[in-house]
Write a protein that binds this ligand. Structure first.
Ligand code: ATP
Ligand code: MG
Length: 261
């Protein structure tokens, strides 16, 4: 069963949004999906209006599973039918542990591989910072979706990510897709960035398919502040926002259909 990650060394580009909605898209089709938040901000819970799961108890994190304190079913939270999330407590501390103890690293790999028996898809949502945990989880990932913001800093994020893969000896060919985010058909900056990205990608990640760019739509932020997913069948109060919601859910659906995992 596929283990798929969204990654980029640059923060705030849309990694969590993209993988969260991808998971919801599959769950709506009857698949069982787990998203592991390797980011201790656990912001994916907020997107689905389930921040309460993060704060309710302090003994049901991924780390509690790793040290054998909890069973797998006690650290996964169903946030939509068929869609489960797992939270991490402190990725830095976990990272130090993993760096020091080889046996912990093996345990982590075995645990995630065991999850593939229960879920159709396992997705990993990464933080922009890197740690030993990041390296191991990227290594376990079968496919990596590299999310790139369409502006000059976003392009630097692409370059830094490629450099990071080279430095950490992570196979660049694992990047199956590049997901450009923040597109606008007539604005100069995103169009220029997309052109630059295509040239860079041809040279540095030639195996990766560049997905149709995702538009910048403020309606996503409005929905996320209320914990509503674009695939929730939600009705907006006014026509303008409804039109934007329909557009972004249609665009995302097209991109998700094009990404064969
Ligand atoms: N297509 C989009 N249009 C407009 N806003 C978007 C879009 N995708 C994501 N956003 C917004 O961008 C912000 C960052 O998104 P998100 O948290 O998914 O990024 P991230 O890369 O996971 O960030 P971090 O590096 O902190 O984990 C959020 O406010 C989100 O609502
Ligand atoms: Mg994120």
């Amino acid at each position: 069963m596929p283990i798929v990650s969204t990654f980029c060394k640059k923060g705030g580009v849309g990694k969590t949004t993209f993988i969260g909605y991808l998971a919801h898209y599959y769950a709506n089709q009857g698949k069982t999906v787990l998203v592991i938040s390797a980011d201790d901000q656990n912001s994916i819970f907020k997107i689905f209006g389930c921040e309460n799961f993060v704060t309710a108890n302090d003994d049901d994190f991924f780390e509690n599973l790793l040290i054998g304190e909890k069973k797998p079913e006690e650290v996964v939270f169903e946030v939509r039918p068929g869609m489960y999330l797992m939270k991490t407590l402190n990725t830095d501390r976990l990272s130090i542990n993993l760096t020091l103890k080889r046996s912990e690293e093996k345990k982590l790999r075995a645990l995630i591989e065991d999850f593939t028996n229960y879920f159709d898809y396992i997705f990993i949502d990464f933080p922009p910072s890197s740690s030993r945990l990041t390296e191991i989880l990227l290594d376990i990932s079968e496919k990596i979706l590299l999310v790139v913001g369409l502006d000059p800093l976003g392009i630097d994020g692409y370059k830094n990510t490629i450099q990071y893969f080279v430095d950490c000896d992570i196979e660049i060919s694992k990047i199956s897709h590049i997901i450009p985010i923040g597109y606008h058909p007539i604005k100069i900056t995103p169009n220029k960035a997309l052109k630059d990205l295509k040239i860079l990608a041809e040279n540095y990640s030639p195996d990766a398919i560049i997905a149709t760019p995702i538009k910048d739509k403020a309606v996503i932020q409005n929905l996320q502040s209320e914990g509503i997913s674009v695939f929730d069948n939600h009705t907006m109060k006014d026509k303008f926002h409804q039109k934007n919601l329909n557009e972004i859910s249609k665009d995302l659906t097209e991109v998700y259909k094009s990404i064969v995992l």
